[in-house]
Design a binder for this molecule. Structure first.
Ligand SMILES: N[C@@H](CCC(=O)N[C@@H](CS)C(=O)NCC(=O)O)C(=O)O
Length: 224
């Protein structure tokens, strides 16, 4: 049985969980708070980051969300998420990287730091200026997803792909932390509502991070 070491608001774990949900791969969650730097966890992943997946029966430890997603893409035929022509696959990977690096760095990481880490670990108040900046970045990044969805059915092309799952994973964490203003982003809202209604997404929306309460619309499919 696969074990996934993660915490509820880790966007990189959410990305993999959405992929595994689409592919119908089972796993068990193990709660890991990377900021505690637990010795056994550091032994498994010296980078000290979640997500990590481990399967004792296969003597396997997988680290890094993209490496893990590619592993399951290569080993599970059901619901391919990096498919199509070489050009299609390049576009899927470009957007997956864009969300993992740009969207995460500009929006999700500052929100997590201000609203989660400072509260749970440092016990200090969030910096309002940092929060405003992250929310402003979210608006311009959702303008870009609106633009993409004006030209395509899904973010990277004609079919659902890892780019959509990755984007939804990051957006869902930002939304949980109150960092997304959905007004004026009709195309992205409709796309996100469709993803939220998928069986792969439902378990994520039901989870809560201790003491941090999401906005009322967070787990509603019809949320506007
Ligand atoms: N490139 C890695 C990034 C993983 C990552 O940044 N994880 C965060 C949690 S969302 C973490 O463990 N941060 C703790 C730290 O960096 O010390 C991936 O895709 O898995």
């Amino acid at each position: 049985m696969w074990l996934m070491f993660q915490f509820p608001l880790c966007p990189f774990s959410r990305k993999i969980r959405l992929l595994l949900g689409e592919k119908g791969v089972g796993y068990e969650l193990v709660r890991e708070s990377p900021w505690q730097r637990r010795d056994e966890f550091i032994d498994m992943n010296p980078a000290g980051q979640t997500p990590v997946m481990a399967d004792d029966s296969r003597n396997l430890v997988l680290i890094d969300s993209q490496a893990i997603c590619e592993y399951f893409e290569e080993t599970e035929e059901k619901s391919p998420m990096i498919s199509g022509t070489a050009q299609n696959r390049a576009e899927i990977r470009r957007l997956t990287t864009w969300f993992d690096q740009q969207f995460y760095g500009d929006v999700v990481a500052p929100l997590m730091n201000e609203k989660m880490r400072k509260r749970l670990v440092d016990r200090t108040s969030p910096d309002a200026k940092m929060l405003r900046e992250a929310m402003k970045n979210a608006v311009s990044h959702l303008d870009y997803t609106d633009y993409l969805l004006d030209h395509r059915n899904w973010l990277a092309g004609a079919t659902l792909s890892l780019a959509d799952l990755t984007a939804a994973a990051h957006i869902s964490v930002a939304d949980y932390l109150g960092g997304i203003d959905w007004r004026g982003h009709d195309l992205t809202s409709r796309w996100y509502a469709g993803l939220k209604s998928r069986p792969s997404f439902r378990p994520l929306l039901g989870e809560r991070m201790e003491v941090i309460v999401p906005p009322a619309h967070y787990d509603k499919v019809d949320f506007l």
